[in-house]
Write a protein that binds this ligand. Sequence first.
Ligand code: FMN
Length: 154
Amino acid sequence: MSNMDSKLGLIQQSFNSRYFEWVWEPLDELSDNFTIANPSISGHPIVFASRNFLKMLGYSQEEVIFQNENIFQGPKTNGRAVMETREANREERGIQMNLVNYRKDGMPFWMLFHMSLVFGKEDWRVIHFVAVQVPITRRKRGNGGVSLSEEASS
Ligand SMILES: Cc1cc2nc3c(=O)[nH]c(=O)nc-3n(C[C@H](O)[C@H](O)[C@H](O)COP(=O)(O)O)c2cc1C
């Protein structure tokens, strides 16, 4: 079995053993930006990325699935905020904050990052982390939208 096949097997398992099999298709049709990570797989990888999330970031499914979420971070990402997300992961609690992320083409943008936990109904252990990423357009009074690069240099 190829490496990718075994990864896909793990991903399928991570859904099928916990949710009904039909969950994948409806998830794929939702129009929001969101990702799902599985903490029971080593490295805490993303096992699902919504279409709009991929479109917003400019990545393909293959480039994101099974990757660590910090591929979206860069020099303008606040290190303290990243530390807070890491702690929230470790302590298994939800978190919401503004965060700078980067598109694949290197363009930074602000987003509201909201992460919640999904608990298994048999044992109430955390089975998935769901993150929603909402892009923010910052506005200065009377000056329309201000891009991150303009803001960073002002
Ligand atoms: C489901 C999920 C989705 C995440 N999505 C993002 C994201 O879109 N952008 C981001 O900067 N961090 C995201 N994170 C937070 C990163 O996981 C976190 O910053 C990273 O794990 C830091 O820890 P590490 O550097 O030790 O891996 C996400 C976390 C989870 C659990």
